[in-house]
Design a protein around this ligand. Structure first.
Ligand code: AMP
Length: 192
C-alpha cells in the first residue's frame, strides 16, 4: 500500500504527475489547491477566506489547510493509501501532518520530490500565463510570488522529511511521459 507525499515547486508538473500516479496505483488524489479552488467557486465561507491569499500567490493559513487535510484523510477511501499533492507546504504543516497520521495509523511511505531548476520554472510560468490556463493565480506576477513563497516556506519541508525518511528525487525536466517513467522506476525499485 502506498501513502505518498509529492513535493516540488509550482510549475514543476506535480499536479499532472500526481493524477497519473493516483490512477496507476488506485489511490485517492488529495490536492489542497483543488479543494480550496472548489471552495472558492462554491463561494463557501472557507472559499471566501482562502481566495484573498490565493489571488496573491500566498499561502492560506496553516490551521485552515491542516483542518481540511485532517478531515479528508479520515475518510474511508484513504484506508488503502493516498497521495498528498500541495500539502504539506510549511514546516508547521509537515509536523502537524505527522501527528495526525500517527493518530490514525496512516503514516507516509514515500516522499517524492520533482526537481526543476529555477530558470525552467520561470519559463514555464510565463508560458502558462501567456496561454491563459484559466487559473486566476496564473499571471506572471502572482506566479513569481508563488515561487518566492515556495523557496522561503516550502523548500525546508524536504529537509524535514530527510531527517526521518528518504526523499526520492526525480528530475522533472522532459516530456510528461519521460517524467512519468522516472516516477514509475521509483516504485519498481521500492517494491523489488
Ligand atoms: P496549488 O494548486 O497546490 O498550487 O495551490 C494553489 C493555491 O492554494 C496556493 O498558491 C495557496 O494559496 C493555496 N494552497 C494550496 N495548498 C496549500 C497549503 N498546503 N498551504 C497553504 N496554502 C495552500
Amino acid at each position: 500500500m502506498e501513502r505518498i507525499v509529492i513535493l516540488g515547486p509550482p510549475g514543476a508538473g506535480k499536479g499532472t504527475q500526481a493524477l497519473l500516479l493516483c490512477e496507476k496505483l488506485g489511490v485517492p488524489h488529495i490536492s489542497t489547491g483543488e479543494i480550496l479552488r472548489n471552495a472558492v467557486s462554491n463561494e463557501t465561507k472557507l472559499g471566501l477566506e482562502a481566495k484573498q491569499y490565493m489571488d496573491r500567490g500566498e499561502l492560506v493559513p496553516d490551521e485552515v489547510v491542516i483542518g481540511l487535510v485532517r478531515e479528508r484523510l479520515s475518510e474511508p477511501d484513504c484506508d488503502t493509501g493516498y497521495l498528498l499533492d500541495g500539502f504539506p507546504r510549511t514546516l508547521e504543516q509537515a509536523k502537524e501532518l505527522d501527528v495526525i497520521l500517527k493518530e490514525i495509523g496512516k503514516e507516509v511511505t514515500v516522499v517524492l520530490e520533482l526537481q526543476v531548476p529555477e530558470q525552467a520554472l520561470l519559463d514555464r510560468i510565463k508560458n502558462r500565463a501567456a496561454e491563459g490556463s484559466g487559473r486566476s493565480d496564473d499571471n506572471v506576477e502572482v506566479a513569481s510570488n508563488r515561487l518566492r513563497v515556495y523557496w522561503e516556506q516550502t523548500a525546508p519541508v524536504t529537509a524535514y522529511y530527510e531527517e526521518h525518511l528518504s526523499v526520492e528525487k526525480v528530475d522533472g525536466i522532459g516530456t510528461v511521459e519521460e517524467v512519468t517513467q522516472r516516477i514509475a522506476e521509483v516504485f519498481e525499485e521500492s517494491s523489488s
